[in-house]
Design a protein around this ligand. Structure first.
Ligand code: SF4
Length: 1008
């Protein structure tokens, strides 16, 4: 069977979507049994197969898993299940790749039929050190996504009005030349006109290198609606922005996350949490919702959202007051001398006046610091924590005892959940990590490491120089600590006239759907003056792509090249994502020049697209861009994927060349064969490593300087690496926050901040409630699951969770409609009455409620509503559901078997934006100003929003910021040591002469 056969999977996929061309006649239906694509099954003769010993992996919990041994991966034979009881052999080539359905980067093994090149299934890759052969439900569902009958198979260009739904198919050459031309034009004019807005990166730094090569400040990310809160709290303490808990070896595991780490590293963490539990670890979960993880926990604390820091500091107080903390670790590794100095010079006030005077008059000693800690946190009693969190005091005490008994093995994790939910959520992450510090569980076996200690990102062959520009639409002056770009406010910034965009790329990102205040996004995406050209790089249709000028189909897992690493445990590894049909073709002796020649239709991959686009943008090298895309092996020629990764694997990954040589392979061939490599098995306490370099000078703070830059620290007279904070130690008191205007104790040390949904701000007596809108289901993937039928069959509704007490008060029962009114609008959804949610709180999963505007094109009919959008031109917007999900006929018989209609409600449209004044994170929790039974005219899925209110609430939150214009101590836009993707040169950090909305102030000083 060849790819030209009308019944071949490739032929079918190439012809599923042909905008602008008439549909070809359908091939006659296959007779007898068919595969998923409706093809006749390939016929094989019975063959004799000898028994093969499977590769057995014994897991720590005692289970044994079997996998095909790698020496058979090139030619693996299995009986065709559908032909049973007849033994029909199918021959596969097994190609390792990497899942792309969350950021965990688990290994997958694709079973590619050697005869038809159909991908039969995805299973786990046993050679992958992070996932160790295991996946969650979303990994194998990659198969659904690849064979999704509604997927976009060709580059499309808008031919009607934006959002009208009229498209024509174009070639990749046309897309390159038209978009590359617009980028060149913009780059010749300015360096802040091109914006790459990424939802799911799914790779480590390939695209960042590309943007840097363009010489623009063009990186924008979704981080501010995801993890900025946690990142800020961790970074200000230890100069790392993600925690890496060693769950397997922990004695106590404390999660402020949701459902077995669905907040981030789901499968790799979940399997290690279970390992830890099997070895006796105690599991503690803070969550107002009874998630599956909470139900499996030794202690569940259904805290009132925003009270978590108070509970954590009560535990800290218990450790401190009872001398149960690791004083030796704190003495060595915390900036306690700086903290005492802050007391001396009045930057930090103890409560007890005599202690302040004693510190002022004495030499700094650790004993004084110990007393200061006892003074600062003395009021954080268990009773106070119980009252604020509305959790029984015994559970808080029990948690404190488990933490105290952790023996340096406290694994903690927070990602989304409370840290991104609340005003001041960053202090929750900071308070949580304080427990690691107090128990000495930092980077220890069973403790919590920094992401950078457990993630390995190799250097490429060439690194373009840092940029020289600063895009005000990314990081405006009001949020000097933002982690990272203030991306969810882009439409509000555009509305205010802060700028406009020449070429706007959305990449695996659906901003109108996933961000709060989606009607503001709709307005921005429709405005061709503000967003002049919108290019959606996406593997699947989404609501925002509908409003693009170009829709470019990009590969899913198994259809693209990427390199990834994640901090899944105490080691370091890299994983190599590959387009599996391309690899299969190459193994069969059929070389492929570009990946779109091997993928369904003309689905491409970003790597090759970016390389070709960059070369198109700068054909003669005049802009200095092209040189970064020339092959290191063939001077003057454009680089290939193989050349790019070959260089990395040969030069940048310690141990890989040797491991490959031991198998008689080149490093690239090794990675193509196994798809992953373990760089370091364990990397504990790297801050304790001695500095190899001699002759370094110590400054008055004990920091070791190399050419004026702190590279280490003296600890008890020994030169240690330390961490990347200014002090090279973990910073309890933050001089940086103080210097930049956040001078109160509430900010300079770990302290609870009053959330916008604090009980004082929710008048329950008047019927107000707290809407918790940001928990994930473990089977769905933000907005990208609507092309995965298996996942949607499991989860397709997002009812409002409501406690029986509240349900009785409102007179509703499971299945009834309620109307939930937020600060800017309302939605109507069904309720699920359950004791699994705290009274006073209602909760909704954030994945569901997808919609499309047109029958016959867009998101799968079985996974979305058909909706109408209306607005009155005065700021009043409506979304109404015309019809729900339905079955439909395609080559896939399963699409005729859709049995559900309800696919959820799009609640995010009704969420006001809440940018935290410090971290910049969108504080997801919403005040439901009224919750009541829906009226007779209110229908399931109705959404109404007033964008005048949207802007008013936005301005209320902007008013809470402390702008760099007023507080920068050095004339820079943000502290230079803070992380920022694609950090430009220091010159670019200088505040502009006339910052948006502000006159030039006398306070500005020139940066050195
Ligand atoms: S946790 Fe699941 S979705 Fe995430 S990478 Fe692993 S298999 Fe894929």
């Amino acid at each position: 069977m060849t790819n030209d056969n009308p019944r071949s999977i490739s032929h079918i996929l190439k012809n599923m979507l042909r905008p602008g061309t008439p549909d070809p006649p359908s091939p006659p239906p296959a007779e007898g049994e068919t595969n998923v694509a409706g093809q006749a099954l390939p016929q094989f003769t019975d063959i004799e197969i000898s028994k093969i010993e499977m590769l057995s992996v014994r897991q720590e919990v005692g289970r044994l898993s079997n996998y095909p041994p790698p020496e058979y991966w090139d030619d693996w034979i299995e009986w065709d299940a559908k032909s049973w009881p007849k033994k029909v052999a199918r021959r596969y080539t097994l190609v390792p790749t990497v899942c792309f359905n969350c950021e965990s980067a688990c290994g997958l093994l694709a079973y590619v039929d050697k005869n038809s090149l159909e991908i039969k299934k995805f299973e786990g890759n046993p050679a992958h050190p992070g996932s160790r052969g295991r996946n969650c439900a979303k990994g194998p569902a990659t198969h659904n996504q690849i064979y999704d009958p509604e997927r976009i198979l060709y580059p499309l260009k808008r031919v009607g009005e934006r959002g009208e739904g009229k498209w024509k198919r174009i070639t990749w050459e046309e897309a390159l030349s038209e978009i590359g031309g617009k980028m060149r034009e913009s780059r010749l004019k300015r360096r802040d006109g091109i914006m790459y807005h990424v939802g799911r990166p799914g790779e480590d730094h390939f695209t960042n290198r590309v943007i840097q090569a363009w010489g623009v400040d063009g990186h924008n990310s979704h981080t501010n609606i995801c993890s900025s809160g946690a990142r800020m709290g961790l970074f200000i303490t230890g100069a790392f922005d993600r925690p890496s808990p060693d769950h397997t070896n922990a004695r106590t595991i404390l999660l402020i996350s949701s459902h077995l780490e669905t907040g981030h590293y789901f499968n790799p963490h979940a399997q290690r949490i279970i390992e830890g539990k099997m070895k006796g670890a105690k599991l503690i979960t803070f969550d107002p919702r009874l998630s599956n993880t909470a139900s499996m926990s030794d202690v569940w604390l259904p805290t009132w959202p925003g009270s978590e820091a108070s509970v954590l500091l009560a535990i800290a107080n218990y450790l401190i007051a009872n001398n149960l903390y690791d004083k030796e670790f704190v003495r060595r590794w915390v900036n306690w001398k700086d903290t005492l100095q802050a007391v001396k010079d009045g930057r930090l006030q103890p409560f007890y006046q005599a202690l302040r005077e004693e510190i002022e008059e004495s030499e700094p000693t650790f004993e004084l610091f110990d007393r200061l800690l006892k003074d600062l946190y003395a009021d954080f009693s268990f009773d106070r924590a119980a009252e604020e969190s509305q959790v029984p005091v015994e559970r808080i005490r029990e948690t404190a005892e488990y933490v105290a008994n952790c023996d340096g093995k406290l694994a903690t994790h927070t990602w989304r959940s409370a840290s991104i939910g609340n005003l001041g959520g960053w202090q929750i992450a900071r308070a949580l990590f304080l427990l690691n510090i107090l128990t000495g569980s930092v980077g220890t076996p069973g403790g919590t490491s920094a992401n950078s200690w457990n993630k390995f990102v190799p250097k490429p062959f060439d690194s373009p120089p840092p940029g020289t520009a600063w895009n005000e639409l990314h990081l405006p002056h009001e949020w000097p600590f933002a982690f990272f770009e203030m991306s969810f406010l882009l439409p509000h910034f555009l509305e205010e006239g802060r700028g406009e965009i020449d070429v706007y790329f959305t990449r695996v990102y659906n901003p109108m759907w996933i961000n709060p205040d989606g009607f503001m996004w709709l307005k921005a995406l429709r405005d061709e003056e503000k967003i002049k050209c919108h290019v959606a790089l996406t593997p699947t249709w989404n609501e925002s792509a509908w409003f693009a000028d170009y829709v470019l189909p990009m590969g899913l897992a198994g259809e693209r090249h990427d390199l990834m690493s994640q901090e899944t445990h105490s080691g370091q590894w890299i994983a190599y994502r590959q387009p599996v049909r391309r690899v299969a073709m190459e193994r069969l002796g059929r070389p492929v020049e570009f990946t779109y020649q091997a993928n369904p239709g003309e689905v491409w991959e970003e790597n090759e697209w970016w390389i070709q686009l960059s070369a198109t943008m700068d054909p003669d090298g005049e802009l200095g861009i092209r040189q970064h895309f020339e092959s290191p092996d063939r001077p003057g020629e454009i680089i290939t994927n193989d050349e790019y990764y070959k260089w990395i694997f040969e030069n940048s990954v310690p141990g890989l060349p040797e491991a490959a040589a031991a198998e008689g392979l080149e490093p690239l061939a090794y990675m193509k064969k196994y798809g992953a490599f373990e760089v370091t098995r364990e990397n504990y306490q790297p801050y304790e490593k001695a500095i190899a370099k001699d002759g370094l000078q110590a400054d008055e703070h004990g920091r070791l300087l190399d050419d004026g830059k702190a590279v280490g620290v003296l600890i008890d007279g020994e030169a240690k690496t330390g961490v990347n904070t200014p002090s090279r130690k973990f910073e309890f008191f933050s001089p940086t926050l103080y210097e930049w205007g956040w001078t109160e104790r509430d900010y300079t040390i770990p302290w609870p901040l009053k959330s916008h949904v604090h009980p004082d701000n929710i008048d329950r007596a008047q019927g107000e409630m707290l809407l918790l809108p940001n928990f994930r289901l473990p089977t769905l993937i933000h907005t990208r699951s609507a092309n995965a039928k298996w996942l949607y069959e499991i989860s397709h509704k997002n009812p409002v969770w409501i406690h029986p007490q509240d349900a009785a008060r409102l007179g509703v029962d499971t299945g009834d409609l309620i109307r939930v009114e937020t600060e800017i609008g309302y939605f109507v959804d069904k309720v699920w009455v359950t004791e699994g949610i705290k009274p006073g709180v209602i909760a909704m999963s954030h994945h569901l409620g997808r919609w499309r505007l047109q029958e016959g094109m867009g998101i799968n009919p079985g996974m979305c509503n058909v909706a109408t959008l209306e607005d009155d031109g005065e700021g009043m917007h409506k979304l109404n559901i015309i019809s729900g999900a339905r079955s439909w006929k395609t080559f896939d018989p399963d699409t005729s078997r859709i049995w559900w209609e309800e696919v959820g409600v799009h609640q995010n449209l009704t969420h006001a934006v809440h940018p935290d004044p410090v971290s910049g994170a969108h504080c997801w929790l919403q005040k439901a100003v009224s919750v009541r039974k829906a009226g007779p005219d209110e229908k399931y899925g109705d959404v109404w929003v007033d964008t005048n209110r949207s802007m008013a609430v936005y301005r209320e939150w902007v008013a809470m910021t402390r702008s760099a214009v007023d507080y920068s101590p050095d004339g820079l836009r943000r502290p230079f040591w803070l992380k920022r993707p694609l950090k430009p040169v220091k010159e670019a950090y200088k505040l502009p002469d006339e910052p948006f909305g502000r006159p030039k102030t006398d306070k500005l000083v020139t940066a050195d």
